[in-house]
Design a binder for this molecule. Structure first.
Ligand SMILES: C[S@@+](CC[C@H](N)C(=O)[O-])C[C@H]1O[C@@H](n2cnc3c(N)ncnc32)[C@H](O)[C@@H]1O
Length: 218
């Protein structure tokens, strides 16, 4: 890394309001390929991950809308944002009255991207928490985690352990291939505006689900 992750984020993104959630401001990029290339150069790693953290994804946008509409889901509670990316879910939760919000993402730039511009303290770590026990939290927000088979396989059992331990789990998803529909109870649907830099459509249906306890499933 030639500079700090934070200065890389500041150089390559602009802080902007999020479509449909204008009160939340994130470090966002307009193009993915030039930023990806810059991340490869910055880290010296030709296999550096795509910069997912510089975009607001359909799943996170749906969770953001849900907690704005249903602040009781997070108000006064400890929130953990799994695969936090830009920090969208954690920031939206703080705005909705969460007592504390922490996030984790495996991308080193994601933790640095969690915009301080929102005036809330959101801590994020660069860590694969799926190797750990579930966090000390009251609610886990999992925005757009079901886009890849290997990740999906690991996320569900980890979230199920958290749920069995008494943590509420909210999943936000725009219809990804690996979404475990049988394990979920749909709570709300929103039309969310993402970007055609990453998706085929800029308007998508983002759904929010609660993870059912394993004993409650048919
Ligand atoms: C599609 S983005 C979603 C970001 C954000 N939650 C949102 O909805 O805007 C998925 C994120 O998952 C992160 N990720 C992938 N595998 C992970 C893992 N094992 N632990 C934590 N984060 C992971 C990626 O780095 C990426 O930032």
């Amino acid at each position: 890394m030639t500079s700090s992750p934070r200065s890389f984020v500041l150089r390559h993104t602009r802080v902007r309001p999020v479509p449909g959630l204008e009160e939340v401001r994130l470090h966002l990029a307009d193009e993915v390929l030039p930023l990806w290339h810059a991340a490869q150069v910055e880290t010296g790693d030709p296999d550096a991950a795509l910069p997912y953290w510089a975009f607001a994804w359909g799943g996170g946008l749906a969770i953001g809308r849900y907690v704005r509409e249903h602040p009781e889901a997070v108000a006064g509670r400890r929130v953990f944002d799994l695969a936090s990316g830009s920090g969208l879910c954690a920031i939206a939760a703080m705005r909705a009255g969460a007592s504390v919000a922490a996030g984790a993402d495996i991308d080193p730039f994601a933790a640095a991207a969690n915009a301080r511009a929102n005036g809330h303290r959101v801590t994020a770590v660069c860590r694969d928490v799926l190797e750990d026990d579930p966090p000390e939290a009251d609610v886990i927000l999992a925005g757009d985690c079901w886009y890849e088979a290997r990740l999906a396989e690991r996320v569900l059992p980890w979230l199920e352990r958290a749920r069995a331990g008494g943590i509420d789990v909210l999943v936000g998803d725009p219809g990804r291939r690996y979404l475990p529909a049988d394990a979920l109870l749909e709570l709300a649907t929103y039309e969310v505006r993402t970007t055609t830099v990453l998706e085929d459509l800029d308007l998508m249906k983002g759904r929010v689900y609660a993870l059912r306890a394993t004993g409650d499933r048919a």
